[in-house]
Design a binder for this molecule. Structure first.
Ligand SMILES: NC(=O)c1ccc[n+]([C@@H]2O[C@H](COP(=O)([O-])OP(=O)(O)OC[C@H]3O[C@@H](n4cnc5c(N)ncnc54)[C@H](O)[C@@H]3O)[C@@H](O)[C@H]2O)c1
Length: 262
């Protein structure tokens, strides 16, 4: 496991953050990046051991982190978790709604897609995002403002992910939620933006990464010709979460190797 550094330049020093899906991949890298840049971070995940091991690693480096078991599909779970983080840190300034699933081998084109797979996907990816925003924004309002960053996807913008109809629809929903919430809360000191990661090397897409022909076919569509790393996406989320993005709201920041440009 690579070593993590101490705070780099304090880009979010003194801020208090929650990150959902922080036990793995982009969420984990984001929690680490926010903590290294000076934020107190709560790592929310349905996989508590994963979130706990990520938080423990940060604490070992003297950073402020706590893991909280959260199922983003359950409103009581999200409400309690957000409340626990806000109480522990004395408020919240940053909400990263990132948790999602992609049901490889089950998601499908509409005529073959089961209602169960549709509902499971929408439940985690869109309802979970909404519940995180709902309770996260309440905490931000109580703190006098803040920043929400939602992890969306190119699949929510274009119809390129053939056979991933539930996932694509769920991610289109997060894109719409980003923009309307940006308008809803702009006058109350809350910015809402989304990041659009491309093909990022995380456990979510492990089945493609391990299949040479599928990986090569995927990379054909990426102008930069490679996958992104979770750390690279975390950098984009850090920017949107920080005061450096003070004039950005309702934006979709691509971090996708150029996929959405072509
Ligand atoms: N990896 C990619 O190529 C890629 C591309 C575009 C968008 N994204 C998006 O990036 C985000 C992070 O994905 P990742 O690649 O890091 O995935 P990942 O599978 O590595 O991590 C997802 C995390 O979400 C957690 N989670 C799942 N269901 C949950 C629930 N009900 N409640 C709480 N936590 C739950 C998992 O336990 C896991 O820790 C997702 O929103 C995903 O859609 C990923």
């Amino acid at each position: 496991m690579k070593a993590i550094g101490c705070p780099i330049s304090g880009r979010v020093a003194g801020k208090r953050a929650i990150v959902t899906g922080a036990g793995s991949g982009i969420g984990r890298a984001t929690a680490e990046r926010l903590a290294r840049e000076g934020a107190a971070v709560a790592l929310l995940d349905i996989d508590l051991p994963a979130a706990e091991s990520a938080a423990e690693r940060l604490r070992e480096h003297g950073l402020e982190a706590r893991a909280i078991h959260t199922d983003v599909t359950s409103e009581p779970s999200v409400e309690v978790s957000v409340g626990e983080a806000a109480a522990a840190f004395g408020g919240l300034d940053i909400v990263v709604a990132n948790a999602a699933i992609q049901l490889f081998g089950e998601d499908d084109r509409a005529d073959r897609l089961s209602l169960d797979v549709w509902r499971r996907t929408l439940d985690v990816n869109l309802t979970g995002c909404f519940l995180t925003c709902k309770h996260g924004v309440r905490a931000l309002l109580a703190s006098g403002g803040g920043s929400v960053v939602i992890t969306a996807s190119p699949t929510g913008l274009f119809g390129r992910a053939r056979g991933f109809d539930a996932y694509s629809a769920s991610k289109a929903g997060t894109y719409g939620l980003t923009r309307v919430m940006a308008n809803d809360y702009a006058r109350e000191g809350i910015r809402v933006n989304c990041v659009i990661p491309g093909f990022t090397d995380t456990p979510l897409v492990a089945s493609i990464m391990q299949d040479d022909s599928r990986r090569e076919a995927m990379l054909e569509s990426v102008p930069l010709g490679r996958t992104g790393s979770a750390d690279e996406v975390a950098s984009a989320i850090l920017f949107l979460a920080s005061d450096e993005a003070a004039y950005c709201t309702g934006s979709a920041l691509t971090c996708d190797g150029g996929i959405t440009a072509v």
